[in-house]
Design a protein around this ligand. Structure first.
Ligand code: LFR
Length: 500
C-alpha cells in the first residue's frame, strides 16, 4: 500500500532538523497514525562579522541539501518538502536575483532605540492598528528602518525581500514567493486591510515594491531545480509553503480537544497564545503588548512573545565558557534542591534580549529590585524557571481578559517541554492542568500542511486528530498552591515597581 510521505525542515535559532513524516494505516478502514523520523540534525550558530550578528545562510542551505540527500539515500520517497523557521528575518535580492550580503540575525543590535523612535514619529496607536503586532525591536520594520538610517547600499540595490523560509525555498526552486504567516511577522503587513502597508513603507523611505503578494500555507512553490537534483542525485520533489513561521506550524499541531484553547510553544522563545478566526485589534491588545499573527488554515493567533529558555541557554553558554559545562538535566537537578522563590525576574525586560553575560544581568536585575542575588548556578536556574512560570500565569490571564475566555488548562508543545521542572512549575503557577506534547510540534505542523496540500487530510482539524492519535500527551497537576499564590502576589508587585 501507498504510504504518504513528506519531508519537513524545522529551523530554530539554535538548531535545525529534518524529519520524515509518514501516514501509516492510510488504507481504507485502517486507523491512521503519523510516524515521524528524524533523519538529520544540525546546529545553527550565529556569526559575528564586525559590528553585526548574522545567520549562516549558505550553511543552512547546505544542511537542507544534506537533509534532502539523506531522505532519498535512506530509501524514503517524499512527495514534497517544506521549511519553517523563526520569524521576521530576511534576505535581499538584487535585480539579477542574487542574494545581497549576509542576512542579519534578529538579535543584532542595529535596531536599538528604534521602537521608541518610530513610536514617537508615528504614534503607537497607528503602528498597532496597521500591523496588529507587539513592537519587538527585531521586527522586519525596525530592521529595514535601521538599514535605511545607515544608508545601506544593499537596501538601495534591493529589488525583492524574501523572508527566511521563502529565501531558502527560492534557493531550492528558483521561485520567489512570500508565505502569509511569515508576512504577518514583519509589522509591515496590515491585517485589517489584508495587504502590505505600502504608505508606511514610503513614509519611512523604503521601496514599496520589495514585498511580494503573500500566498497561503499549503501553496506549491515549485519543484527542486534541475541543478539541485543533479548536484544531489535526487528525483523530482515538490516544495510547498508550510505555515512557514515555526510558531504557527507548532500552533497547528497542538492536540487540543476543543476549538478554544491556550497554548505555549516552548523553545528559545515562549509564545503563549490562543487560536482565533480574526485578528483582534482592540486598544487593550496594544496596551498588554500582544500580537496578532497569521496562522495555518485561515486562522489568526493572539499571542505574546515571552523571552523563554533563551535566558537559560545563554547562562549555560557562559557557564561553559567559564569551565562549568553542565547539561540541561544537570542544571535542572541543581535548581530542584534550591530554596523556592528566593529571587524573581521579569524575563521580558529588554536587558535580557542579548546581554554580554546573562548570569551577571540576572544578578544586576535582582540587586536593582532589592532582592538577593543568585549566588550559585542552581539558584540562578531556579530563579529563571520560577520567573518564567509566573510570567506564563500573568500572560495567560491577560489572554483571558482580552478574549473574554476562561481556559481550563495550558497546552505546552516544543523542545522546551523536555524541561519537566518548568512544566511542573507552570502547572503550579497557573493553578491548572498543563498538558505537554508533542515535542516536535513545529515539524509536525509543517507536515500537516504538506499532507493537506497532498490531499491526505480534509482540513487542519483532521490534522489535529491525527496528532492526538499519534503522539502521547503528559499531564501535570498543580502542586503547592499556597506557595505559588504567594509568589504570584510578590511577582505582580515586582512587575509594578520595575515598570515605573
Ligand atoms: C520563535 C519565533 C517567534 C518570533 C521569534 C523571532 O522561534 O519565531 O515567534 O517572534 O522567533 O523571529
Amino acid at each position: 500500500t501507498h504510504t504518504p510521505t513528506v519531508l519537513a525542515f524545522d529551523l530554530g535559532a539554535g538548531s535545525g532538523r529534518a524529519l520524515i513524516g509518514e501516514i501509516e494505516g492510510a488504507a481504507p478502514g485502517g486507523s491512521k497514525r503519523l510516524k515521524i523520523t528524524e533523519i538529520h540534525r544540525f546546529s545553527n550558530t550565529p556569526i559575528r562579522i564586525g559590528e553585526h550578528l548574522h545567520w549562516n545562510t549558505p550553511g543552512l542551505l547546505q544542511e537542507i541539501k544534506t537533509g534532502i540527500s539523506k531522505a532519498f539515500q535512506l530509501g524514503y520517497k517524499p512527495e514534497s518538502c517544506a521549511i519553517d523557521t523563526w520569524g521576521v528575518d530576511f534576505g535581499l535580492l538584487d535585480a539579477n536575483g542574487e542574494l545581497l550580503g549576509i542576512p542579519y540575525h534578529y538579535r543584532d543590535r542595529q535596531t536599538e532605540g528604534l521602537v521608541e523612535e518610530l513610536s514617537a514619529k508615528l504614534g503607537d496607536e497607528r503602528l498597532f492598528a496597521e500591523s496588529g503586532l507587539q513592537f519587538m525591536p527585531f521586527n522586519t520594520l525596525y530592521q529595514l528602518y535601521a538599514m535605511r538610517k545607515a544608508n545601506s547600499p544593499k537596501l538601495d540595490a534591493a529589488k525583492t525581500l524574501l523572508l527566511t523560509p521563502d529565501l531558502l525555498n527560492y534557493f531550492l526552486t528558483g521561485r520567489k514567493a512570500c508565505e502569509f504567516t511569515m508576512a504577518t511577522t514583519t509589522q509591515l503587513y496590515d491585517p485589517a486591510k489584508r495587504a502590505w502597508n505600502k504608505p508606511l513603507m514610503r513614509e519611512l523611505g523604503l521601496s514599496d515594491s520589495l514585498f511580494i503578494e503573500p500566498v497561503q500555507p499549503g501553496t506549491e512553490i515549485g519543484q527542486l531545480t534541475e541543478e539541485i537534483r543533479a548536484e544531489l542525485g535526487v528525483p523530482q520533489m515538490k516544495v510547498i509553503a508550510a505555515a512557514s513561521h515555526d510558531t504557527e506550524s507548532a500552533a497547528a499541531a497542538v492536540p487540543a480537544s476543543s476549538p478554544i484553547f491556550a497554548y505555549l510553544v516552548s523553545g528559545t522563545w515562549s509564545l503563549l497564545g490562543t487560536q482565533m478566526q480574526e485578528p483582534l485589534l482592540h486598544p487593550d491588545v496594544l496596551k498588554l503588548k500582544f500580537s496578532n499573527e497569521g496562522g495555518a488554515g485561515g486562522t489568526y493567533h493572539l499571542l505574546k512573545n515571552i523571552m523563554g529558555l533563551w535566558i537559560l541557554q545563554e547562562c549555560k553558554r557562559i557557564w561553559e565558557q567559564r569551565g562549568e559545562p553542565l547539561t540541561y538535566p544537570q542544571l535542572v537537578a541543581l535548581a530542584e534542591t534550591e530554596e523556592p522563590f528566593r529571587s524573581l525576574i521579569d524575563p521580558d525586560d529588554l536587558r535580557f534580549m542579548n546581554p554580554d553575560s546573562m548570569p551577571e544581568e540576572i544578578a544586576a536585575y535582582c540587586c536593582e529590585s532589592g532582592q538577593p542575588q543568585p549566588r550559585t548556578i542552581g539558584e540562578t536556574v531556579r530563579c529563571i524557571l520560577e520567573s518564567l512560570a509566573l510570567k506564563y500565569r500573568m500572560v495567560l490571564e491577560q489572554a483571558e481578559q482580552l478574549t473574554g475566555t476562561v481556559f481550563d488548562g495550558l497546552h505546552m508543545v516544543g523542545g522546551g517541554i523536555q524541561n519537566e521542572l518548568l512544566c511542573r512549575f507552570t502547572a503550579g503557577a497557573i493553578g491548572r492542568l498543563v498538558w505537554t506534547g508533542p515535542v516536535e510540534a513545529s515539524a509536525i505542523g509543517n507536515m500537516l500542511v504538506q499532507l493537506k496540500a497532498g490531499g491526505y487530510l480534509a482540513d487542519m482539524q483532521e490534522g489535529v486528530e491525527l496528532v492526538k492519535a499519534s503522539f502521547p500527551m503528559s499531564t501535570y497537576e498543580p502542586e503547592q498552591q499556597t506557595e505559588w499564590e504567594n509568589a504570584y502576589a510578590r511577582y505582580q508587585q515586582l512587575m509594578e515597581v520595575m515598570s515605573c
